[in-house]
Design a protein around this ligand. Sequence first.
Ligand SMILES: Nc1ncnc2c1ncn2[C@@H]1O[C@H](COP(=O)(O)OP(=O)(O)OP(=O)(O)O)[C@@H](O)[C@H]1O
Length: 286
Amino acid sequence: MTTPPPSAQPRPLIQLDDVSKEFAGGTVAVDRVSLAVAPGSVFGIVGHSGAGKSTLLRLINLLETPTTGTVTVAGQELTALGSRQLRAARRDIGMVFQQFNLFRSRTVLGNVAYPLRQAGATRAEARERAAEALRFVGLADQARRYPEQLSGGQRQRVGIARALATEPRVLLCDEATSALDPQTTQEVLALLRRVNDELGVTIVLITHEMEVVRAVCDRMAVLDAGRIVEMGPVRELFAAPRHPTTRAFVRSAVQASPLLDLLPAALRKHGVDEAVAASVLAEVGA
Ligand SMILES: Nc1ncnc2c1ncn2[C@@H]1O[C@H](COP(=O)(O)OP(=O)(O)OP(=O)(O)O)[C@@H](O)[C@H]1O
């Protein structure tokens, strides 16, 4: 397959050019990062604790102001906007959090309706669109309950419904599955895939789990000490990781894979030479 000419490639929906963030006290959390996210794609950012993932994600909707560089979303340079224009531009960008960040005192419907009311919708409009978002995430029957009456997975689905209620083009996910058990993680990841497939929402997620990236992302960046050390299609990075940090992440994903348990038997079954089998198993860490 040949690469289409540049003119045929879609303009990025999100573009960061040479973005850095230095906090007061001198910590450089994000260091000269440039990246582009195509419309309709799912982009993953992986890194160890403290690598700068959360800061980088929050720079996309300018919850953190960059020290240098520019952030452009949907053709608008957010870094050039005044606070009022920025508030309007942010309606195109939903966000989902690790700890859900729901109002305990509001019902599920009230939580999802909240951003719509903030954006100026009438009470009736807000309730109608919130009910629609809850139907999409499969929680229409929970609308009158309160967050603490729900499971973690249900709370995160409410968080996703709330983020989608204003019909954003971009969804930012800050470790959205890190507080969930493996089964619930799979359900939430399947929902994120539907958000992308059925609603066409572009997703950027941060995680320290390669399994999450493998399950939902098209492209990924590996962040190390605030810098992107490797970036590309997920399949390519899994098949041929170049940077040591990427290699370590890929190894951790392979080790966590249930397929690995089947590998020694499969190698024997196919009569693979013992020495070759031993080297394959050593390579993947079995
Ligand atoms: N508001 C802040 N003020 C000062 N330093 C900060 C602030 N927020 C983050 N940092 C520092 O910036 C660096 C990157 O933090 P960040 O939370 O972005 O990393 P992370 O990869 O998301 O980590 P984790 O996975 O543990 O959440 C860390 O050294 C952190 O201590």
